[in-house]
Ligand binder design. Structure first.
Ligand code: F0G
Length: 368
């Protein structure tokens, strides 16, 4: 090859991409975006799938359990997958402000992506029932936070009405772009495992995420990227389990405030996912949630929030139904740092306070 051609090639060839550019860039052909869509991204997605031997051991039977640690997204929850899509499409449509109701994570994510996309954000939250970390995020990302004397369900009714009357885009999971973005987590799992798992265990609140995962698994299955579909195993906290009980709950209660929801908007989609996947919905108590939360922290070094631990608690509850040699993925939807109060109250560690700052006192405590 002549030197000039070689030089040209060297100068104009694209450098090899080694960076992850976010899930829209990665899965463009599977998403409702065009070359005109401005991509608003914080490089969400590509979260790790981690083998959790301590959970596999508790189940036995040659079962392999993994967690999809979506708490490692930019704002610490799976909401970022949906928010990059919802905010990018809102931007494409010329929107200047977004609104959501939230138990905390949606508000943090909406606020972050709205700021990145140069839009205003308004978030309506149940006063006193949002974990500190999530509230801190929404404030720091620049949202206008409105805490109401009412629960999430009430907040959602209000934002739905507001967004139908005024020029403000709703970014809760009734916005179809949210589920489109969230389905990419199923794609990543299939790519990591080489196939879909036998069971997908997932916490349910508004039931958007389970519906999104099911969509993702089906799309990759139809495209022959997987040879099987998982059973969709959805879990709710027992004080807040409308999908398990088959009726709305007017005063939902649980330590897992993220899923403290009595009337899930994506109910029909979730019920269809259960039916078509031959899945199952069950509830877990707050103490089962905390037990799973502690095991993940203490035995796996994985810190998730209580709502996320419901997926592992649910799997442990259904232990006897797990097929031999199966592969199971539990979705850890949010990062444990979101809810420091819960962490400080619920652990088995020893915390010595007010210790004298001398080597002897400390040596004694350590036990030398
Ligand atoms: N896990 C976490 C950590 C959540 O924040 C949520 C929902 C869920 C699970 C349930 O997901 O609603 O799609 O079934 N949080 C919403 C919020 C309601 O406002 O942040 P879902």
């Amino acid at each position: 090859m002549p030197f000039s051609k070689k030089l040209k090639q060297l100068l104009f060839s694209r450098t090899k991409k080694t960076n992850w550019d976010g899930l829209i860039e990665e899965y463009k052909t599977w998403l409702p975006v065009t070359s005109k869509t401005p991509i608003i991204t914080l490089k969400e997605g590509a979260t790790p799938l981690i083998k959790v031997q301590s959970i596999s051991n508790r189940i036995g039977k040659g079962v392999q359990v993994y967690v999809k640690y979506d708490g490692l997204n930019p704002t610490g929850s799976f909401k970022d997958r949906g928010m990059t899509m919802a905010i990018s499409k809102a931007k494409e449509n010329g929107c200047e402000a977004v609104i959501c109701a939230s138990t905390g994570n949606t508000s943090a994510s909406a606020a972050a992506y709205a700021s990145k996309g140069d839009m205003r954000s308004f978030v309506i939250i149940p006063d006193g029932y949002v974990a500190q970390g999530k509230l801190a995020q929404a404030l720091v990302y620049g949202a206008e936070v409105i805490a109401i004397k009412g629960n999430f369900d009430k907040a959602l009714d209000i934002v739905r009405e507001l967004s139908s009357k005024y020029p403000i885009t709703l970014v809760n999971s009734v916005n179809p772009y949210r589920l489109q973005g969230q389905k990419t987590a199923a794609f990543e799992i299939i790519e990591n495992l080489g196939n879909a798992p036998d069971w997908l265990c997932i916490p349910m609140g508004n039931a958007g995420n389970i519906s999104a995962y099911w969509m993702g698994f089906q799309e990759f299955f139809q495209a022959k990227k997987a040879t099987q579909l998982p059973r969709m195993m959805g879990f709710q906290a027992s004080g807040s389990a409308p999908l398990v009980e088959g009726k709305s709950i007017s005063n939902p209660e649980t330590i897992a405030t993220a899923i403290r929801i009595g009337n899930p908007v994506n109910k029909e989609k979730a019920l269809l996912a259960r039916k078509t996947s031959n899945g199952k919905f069950s509830s877990v108590t707050d103490s089962e949630i905390i037990e799973a939360y502690k095991i993940l922290g203490k035995e796996e070094g994985i810190f998730c929030e209580p709502a996320s631990a419901a997926s592992v608690a649910g799997l442990l509850r259904l232990k006897n139904e797990v097929p031999k040699n199966s592969t199971i993925v539990c979705v850890l939807t949010g990062n444990g740092l979101k809810d420091p109060d819960c962490a400080i109250k619920n652990n088995d560690s020893v915390f010595h306070t007010g210790v004298n700052a001398d080597i002897n006192s400390i040596t004694k405590i350590i036990g030398f």
